[in-house]
Design a binder for this molecule. Structure first.
Ligand SMILES: CC[C@H](C)[C@H](NC(=O)C[C@H](O)[C@H](CC1CCCCC1)NC(=O)CCNC(=O)[C@H](Cc1ccccc1)NC(=O)N1CCC(N)CC1)C(=O)NCc1cnc(C)nc1N
Length: 330
């Protein structure tokens, strides 16, 4: 089997991407954020208090003839940005881009934090990390990818995220029309459950390439690129008027500044992030100060290769044994 679905930016600065999925019988369509940085599939539901729902589509298990309560099971998740949700668990038929998993664990929210309520374009998440990170108790549940794997033509899914445009997620096949040249693979460390791997180094603009192993996670659910402070300061040193603002919680600069590109290595291959991806957003609609798409990871305890980096490449998440991740120019 294979599947292919759109990855649609939810706002004009690509803060996140959502993908249409269907759940249950008859199919209920929700827009979910496919997130390689977590492993829970949870949705706004008919069980979510109405004062916490603001425009999201909801999953109603009672309206699905194929839903089953996974009795006695609960879940509770906290994300890196402090947001979170918790609830109960059903199994139901779940489809992404024509690829169906019967009896997928669908985690119905009984409570969501305010940032989820405020994000009306996001109806929940599909975790595509390793199933070890799943928070359902007493028995943890498998991700959509882990459930689909035995039926996939190839044990892979690919992410083709785009800058200010709709991209795609493919399951079970690698679409050679979506990239140029070769795919460069590198080893993945699957514990504790993220897609953890190393970059082979970086360069700023037309500067020399600095070879160094930089370990981090490729995370489609994180908006920006978070790297060690030394690399980030070297980058913004090239930007007139840039400063690391305590007030804004990161590097800001005059929106009129000329930004250099940023290049990262995967083994021997090189991937260049255009300056426009790093000129992330104005700090307010009328401001002439802009917030960078490259920020320091010092507060996170982990480097995160988020959407700003991933949208510069075609990325193959390979569930083979051992797992690996591949990057290609597009
Ligand atoms: C089982 C837990 C699971 C693995 C969890 N995984 C993650 O947190 C990574 C995961 O990819 C999550 C997935 C997000 C969660 C929010 C909704 C969208 C998806 N990523 C993050 O939390 C990275 C930081 N957040 C972000 O990057 C969010 C994403 C977002 C997008 C749209 C709307 C709202 C939020 N972006 C922003 O808040 N932005 C606004 C500010 C702007 N400057 C950048 C964009 C984890 O590590 N949790 C441990 C954890 C707990 N508590 C804390 C405090 N930190 C933690 N790391």
């Amino acid at each position: 089997d294979t599947g292919s679905a759109a990855a649609i930016p939810i706002n004009e600065v690509d803060i996140a991407y959502v993908t249409p999925v269907t759940i249950g019988t008859p199919p209920q369509t929700l827009m979910l954020d496919l997130d390689t940085g977590s492993s829970d599939l949870w949705v706004f539901s008919s069980l979510t208090p109405s004062n916490q729902v603001r425009g999201q589509e909801i999953y109603s298990p009672t309206k699905s003839s194929t839903s089953k309560l996974l009795s006695g099971h609960t879940w509770s998740i906290r994300y890196g940005d402090g947001s979170g949700s918790r609830g109960t668990v059903y199994t139901d038929n779940f489809t992404i881009g024509g690829l169906e998993v019967k009896s997928q664990a669908v985690q119905a929210a009984l409570e969501v934090s305010s940032s989820f309520t405020q994000e009306q374009s996001l109806d929940g998440l599909v975790g595509l990390g390793f199933s070890a990170l799943n928070t359902v108790r007493p028995s943890s549940q498998l991700t959509f990818f882990d459930n689909a794997r035995p039926n996939l033509d190839e044990e892979v899914f690919t992410a083709d995220l785009k800058y200010h445009a709709t991209g795609s997620y493919d399951f079970g096949f690698i679409d050679s029309k979506k990239y140029a040249g070769n795919i460069t693979y590198t080893a993945v460390q699957q514990s504790p459950g993220y897609w953890t791997h190393s970059l082979s180094g970086y360069s700023v603009g037309s500067g020399a390439f600095h070879a160094s192993q930089i370990s981090g996670i490729s995370d489609t659910g994180t908006t920006l690129l978070y790297l060690p402070t030394a690399i980030v300061t070297a980058y913004y040193r090239q930007v007139q008027g840039a400063q690391n603002s305590q007030y804004y919680g990161g590097y800001v600069f005059p929106c009129s500044s000329t930004l250099p590109t940023f290049t990262f290595g995967i083994e021997g291959a090189r991937f260049t992030i255009p300056a426009s991806y790093i000129n992330y957003t104005r700090i307010s609609p009328t401001s002439t100060t802009c917030y960078g798409g490259l920020q320091s990871s010092s507060g996170l305890g982990i480097n995160i290769f988020g959407d700003v980096a991933l949208k510069a490449a075609f990325v193959v998440f390979s569930g083979t044994n051992p797992p690996r991740i591949g990057f290609a120019i597009k």
